[in-house]
Each structure stands twice: as structure tokens, then as C-alpha cells.
Design a protein around this ligand. Structure first.
Ligand code: UDX
Length: 447
């Protein structure tokens, strides 16, 4: 008989995982503790912008016309325990307020709510990003609370999806990592992934701590790559070099690779910044803090980039105060194809300039609602052309395709001065310069 899957937590990760599991043919029951989320999902709607996710949900959510009906949602823990053979825990682990460590309260609540209802054999699979050592602790929680005793088992199976590409990354992962303590757990996880999803996909079996560490070390490596190239951008600034050419040239060495070497205002979002901080906090708890002191530098290079963008803007405007200057900001989200503004470098730069007296107007294709909520005192416009109207400088801070496709000649007719600063090194300098713009980017020489 086919396995039945439950997904606990229907945020970014959970909603995508639940829809993907239904797509693969499983009967899926998703749980969330927020009634409004459940109501939306039951209508096939998602509270976030993620390309392809709503289509996938509508294809499977029970009650929607033409849907497979394989995907349902509930708020009832007993129903979830009764329904599922395999329970994926997909709740989030945000950074704690004012601390480096991450907040495990949602993960802990998921385990203490589910476990007392597990009366028969079940595999609980942690997918959330957690401090190393959590799985061991949660296995004990499970054993202590589940009436099924040893029949209720834990596995750790980190998720590597990227926002904006969540559906693709879930259906076509680079690798599957299975932290297990028994053959039975491994067999069950292999069965879940023994679908087209896993065909040709490396399946790496590990112990618990390695599985947890794979996730945090992968994100640390990615963060390191970005801060590395941003440090090189500073060196290029200091010496007159061009970081875009430098990245291209070092990227031809396939030990280095081309990806994640785009210099600019740095990384943000709900994962990389908080994951490297939580990793450092955990290293300290384990007495291994020296192993990760380099991540402190990675974090500070990253945060410095935002300040440098502000300074580049100030200099380009002739130095001094921003008072009376009109600054157009293209992009509010932390990356394109997402409406997520959590720890967004773009909004941070916009906010700093605003707080220093600049008259800032922001436009983003999908992030306006979230940006307005987070930073209500900034100015907002409904389109790129409206945002740049009368601007003394245009800042390109999130590399949406829409911005790359803008016609600089048309935009040039709306601004008061043709000055564009590319915080993402993603616009074509030649095209903008040909249209009469002064183009500047971090780590690249002025023309
Ligand atoms: C990341 C990891 O990539 C993913 O594997 C993990 O599961 C979650 O965290 P995500 O946060 O969605 O995914 O975004 P990602 O594409 O990694 O970009 C992170 C940030 O780095 C963005 O702000 C992006 O603009 C920035 N970035 C990325 C750069 O500044 N330069 C680059 O070359 C690449």
C-alpha cells in the first residue's frame, strides 16, 4: 500500500513540500496552526509569491475542480497522527530577537503536539534547519511522548530549496540527505523518494549530526562565496579593477565555479544570514567557536556592503547630505522572483538613505505589500517609471528580469539626472551608457 504523507507547517518549505508530494502521487495531509493559512490553502492559494506553487496546489487540493484531491489540510494533530505513515516537520526556525541563536520553539511545539498522538508505527522526518544536536534531542522527546514507543522513529532530511525556485528545487533536488538511525527509517525515506524525483539523484545516508550539518555548512559555504567576491569587489574599488571580469575569469576554474560570484549589496533573506549566525551560536555552545570565527567576518563583509552602497550613492550625488535628493529604488525583495523582504539588503539601503534625509521612492514587482508593512515611511510607486520620475539617482537593488528589460532611453526621459547605480551588477553597462546614463556598480571602475 502506498505511503501516506503528512506535512507539518505550511509556510514556504511545507506548502511546497506538500504540493510536491501530492504531485508525486502520494496522499498528503498538511497541518498548520494558523486557521487563515489553512483556509487559503484549501482554496488553492498561497500567502507568498512563489512561481508555480499555486498551480501545483490547484492541481491537487481536494475540493478544487479538476484537482487530483490527493492534498488536504487540517489543524487537527490527532487526524495527522492517524493519517500518516511519514510525517515531515517543516516549521521555521527564525533568528531569536537580539540573539544569534535560532528560535526552536516551533519545532519543539510540533514534536510535543504530534508525539502524544502517535499510537502506531510512524516515521517523523525533520526538514527544518536546526542547530546540530537537535535531532538527537528531538528523538528523545519523541521516544518519551509517543505511545508507540520505539515504533515512532525520527529521521533528519534537510531541504535545500531556494526561494523563487522552490517547486523546481523540490521536484528536482541536487541531492537527498537522509540522517537515519535504523534500516527501517532509511527504507521508508527511500520509498518516499523512490519516485521520478529521485531518479539519478544522489541519496546520501548519514547519522543525525552530519545531516544537520550538511544544511548549515552548505549555506555557510554559499554565504562565504558571496562575501568572498564582495571582498574582492572592495579590492577592485581600491585598485581600479573590475570585479565582474574577475569573477568571470576565476569562475572558469571549475574548482571555483561561476555560480554565486555576483558582487553587490550582498545576501539577505530568511536563510543565509540567520543560518550562519545560528551556526556560530551553536559552535560556541559546543566549545568549538574558533572553528567558525571566519563566519563572523563573512557576516560583517556582507553587512558592510549595504553601507558601501549608501556611500557610493552619496558620492555619486556629490557627497554630503541626502537632504533634498530624490532617490529611486528599483527592488525591495532580498532576491528576484520572491515577495520576501526579510533581511532584504535592498530595503536596508533604501531605509538608510531615507533615515539620512533622502526622498526615497521604491518599486518592486512583487514585494510592495510586504515592504510597505515593514517600512511604511518610505515612498512607494506603482511602476518603475513612476518610481524614477524626477529622480536624481536610480538605485538598482534587486535584479528582477523586469528591471533588466527596462529601456534606459525611456527611463532617461523621466529622471532629472541620468545616474544609475547597480547594486547587483546585473544591468548591462554598455546599454545604459549608450543611452546617456552614468553607470556605476560596486567593484567596477567608472567609465
Ligand atoms: C538559500 C540557499 O541557496 C538554499 O539552498 C537554502 O535552502 C536556503 O537559503 P535563498 O535564501 O532562497 O536560498 O536564496 P539564494 O538564491 O541562495 O540567495 C541568497 C542571497 O544571496 C540573495 O539575497 C541573493 O541576492 C544573494 N546573492 C546570491 C548574491 O548576492 N550574489 C550571488 O552571487 C548569489
Amino acid at each position: 500500500m502506498a505511503l501516506k504523507i503528512t506535512v507539518i507547517g505550511t509556510g514556504y518549505l511545507g506548502a511546497t513540500h506538500a504540493a510536491a508530494m501530492a504531485e508525486l502521487g502520494f496522499e498528503v495531509l498538511g497541518l498548520d496552526v494558523v486557521p487563515e493559512k489553512i483556509e487559503m490553502l484549501q482554496r488553492g492559494e498561497v500567502p507568498i509569491y512563489e512561481p508555480g506553487l499555486e498551480d501545483l496546489l490547484r492541481k491537487h487540493v481536494a475540493g478544487i475542480e479538476g484537482a487530483s484531491g490527493r492534498l488536504r489540510f487540517t489543524m487537527d494533530w490527532a487526524e495527522v497522527a492517524e493519517f500518516g505513515d511519514v510525517h515531515f516537520v517543516c516549521v521555521n526556525t527564525p533568528q531569536k530577537h537580539g540573539e544569534y541563536a535560532c528560535d526552536m520553539s516551533y519545532v519543539d511545539a510540533a514534536f510535543t503536539s504530534l508525539a502524544p498522538h502517535l499510537k502506531g508505527p510512524a516515521l517523523v522526518v525533520g526538514k527544518s534547519t536546526v542547530p546540530v544536536g537537535s535531532a538527537d534531542r528531538l528523538a528523545r522527546t519523541l521516544a518519551g511522548l509517543a505511545p508507540a514507543g520505539e515504533d515512532a522513529e525520527l529521521a533528519w532530511n534537510p531541504e535545500f530549496l531556494r526561494e523563487g525556485l522552490a517547486v523546481k528545487d523540490t521536484l528536482h533536488p541536487d541531492r537527498i540527505v537522509a540522517g537515519v538511525r535504523s534500516e527501517r527509517a532509511e527504507k521508508l525515506l527511500r520509498e518516499v523518494y523512490a519516485t521520478p524525483l529521485a531518479e539519478g539523484t544522489p541519496f546520501v545516508v548519514t547519522d543525525f549530526p552530519t545531516a544537520e550539518l550538511v544544511k548549515t555548512s552548505a549555506n555557510s559555504f554559499l554565504a562565504t562565496k558571496i562575501s568572498f567576491i564582495n571582498a574582492m569587489a572592495e579590492m577592485c574599488e581600491a585598485s581600479g579593477g573590475d570585479v565582474a571580469k574577475l569573477a568571470e575569469a576565476i569562475g572558469y576554474d571549475d574548482r571555483i565555479g561561476k555560480k554565486f560570484l555576483r558582487a553587490g549589496i550582498g545576501f539577505g533573506g530568511g536563510c543565509l544570514p540567520k543560518d550562519i549566525r545560528a551556526f556560530m551560536a551553536r559552535a560556541g555552545e559546543l566549545g568549538a567557536d574558533q572553528a567558525l570565527t571566519f563566519l563572523r567576518e563573512i557576516d560583517s563583509i556582507n553587512m558592510r556592503q549595504r553601507g558601501q552602497m549608501v556611500e557610493l550613492t552619496r558620492q555619486a550625488l556629490g557627497g554630503g547630505s541626502f537632504l533634498g535628493k530624490r532617490v529611486a529604488v528599483l527592488g525591495a525583495t532580498f532576491k528576484p522572483d520572491s515577495d520576501d523582504v526579510r533581511d532584504s539588503p535592498a530595503l536596508n539601503v533604501a531605509g538608510q538613505i531615507h533615515l539620512q534625509g533622502g526622498q526615497v521612492t521604491v518599486y518592486d514587482p512583487k514585494g510592495m505589500e510586504n515592504a510597505r508593512r515593514l517600512f511604511p515611511t518610505l515612498g512607494y510607486a506603482d511602476s518603475a517609471i513612476e518610481a524614477v520620475r524626477g529622480a536624481d539617482v536610480v538605485l538598482h537593488l534587486t535584479e528582477w528580469r523586469e528591471f533588466r528589460e527596462l529601456d534606459p532611453a525611456v527611463l532617461g526621459g523621466a529622471v532629472s539626472r541620468r545616474l544609475v547605480l547597480d547594486g547587483r551588477n546585473a544591468l548591462d553597462p554598455a546599454v545604459w551608457r549608450a543611452a546617456g546614463w552614468t553607470y556605476r556598480a560596486m567593484g567596477r571602475p567608472a567609465a
